[in-house]
Write a protein that binds this ligand. Structure first.
Ligand SMILES: [Zn+2]
Length: 196
C-alpha cells in the first residue's frame, strides 16, 4: 500500500472540502482545514504548475493516511448528501426439498439493481450492535448496509457476522481511485458500482 502525501480533501467544520472548492483567498494556512486522519492543520498548496492539493503544515509530522481517509469520508458524505446509492440486484432465494426428494428453488427480485438509486434515507455512523457500517440506506422496507473501501475491505470475519445476522451489505470499492482525484472522479467511482 502506498500512501499519498498530497491530500485532496481537508476537513472543515465536520465537512469534507475538496481543494478545488477553495477560493484563492483561502490558499496556504488560510484554508481553515485539518487533516481528515490526524486532525492537524493543513495548508492549501495552490500553485500555478501542479494540481492543487493539501499538505500537512510545516513542523507537523505527517500522518500516512490523510488522503485515503479523506476520500473515504468524502464518499460517505456524497451518499448521505445525495441520498443516492449504487444498489445492485437484490434477490431473495429459498431452497427446499419436496416429499419425493426433488430440490426446488424459488427466487424473488427485491430490487432490480441500479447504479444510482434514490434512497428514502441514508444514515451515517449508525451502529447495529457489534456492526458499525459506514452508512445504512433505506429503500422502502429494506435496509442496506453500505461500506466504502479505500484501504480496508470487508474481511471474512465481518462477512460471517453480516451473514449470520441476515444483513444485506454492499461494498463500494474505491481502492484504485486516483489519490489526486477531483470531485467528479469520486462521483463516477461511487455511482459506477461494478457488480460481481
Ligand atoms: Zn494527517
Amino acid at each position: 500500500m502506498t500512501y499519498s502525501a498530497k491530500i485532496p480533501y481537508g476537513l472543515r467544520q465536520d465537512r469534507l472540502v475538496h481543494i478545488s472548492q477553495l477560493t484563492p483567498a483561502e490558499r496556504g494556512d488560510r484554508c481553515g482545514c485539518v487533516c481528515p486522519e490526524c486532525r492537524t492543520q493543513l495548508i492549501a498548496k495552490m500553485g500555478k504548475i501542479v494540481r492543487h492539493y493539501f499538505a500537512h503544515a510545516p513542523g507537523i509530522r505527517p500522518c500516512a493516511g490523510g488522503a485515503e481517509t479523506g476520500i473515504h469520508l468524502a464518499a460517505k458524505q456524497l451518499i448521505a448528501d445525495r441520498k443516492e446509492a449504487p444498489i445492485p440486484l437484490l434477490l431473495a432465494q429459498i431452497e427446499g426439498m419436496d416429499t419425493d426428494g426433488y430440490k426446488h428453488t424459488e427466487s424473488k427480485v427485491i430490487f432490480p439493481g441500479c447504479d444510482r438509486q434514490s434512497v428514502d434515507d441514508a444514515k451515517l455512523e449508525f451502529s447495529l450492535g457489534d456492526i458499525r457500517p459506514d452508512l445504512i440506506v433505506t429503500l422502502g422496507q429494506v435496509e442496506i448496509l453500505v461500506e466504502v473501501a479505500v484501504t480496508h475491505y470487508i474481511d471474512a470475519e465481518k462477512l460471517q457476522r453480516l451473514e449470520s445476522r441476515g444483513l444485506r451489505c454492499i461494498e463500494i470499492d474505491l481502492g484504485d481511485i486516483p489519490r489526486d482525484l477531483i470531485p467528479a472522479d469520486l462521483e463516477e467511482h461511487v455511482f459506477n458500482y461494478h457488480r460481481a
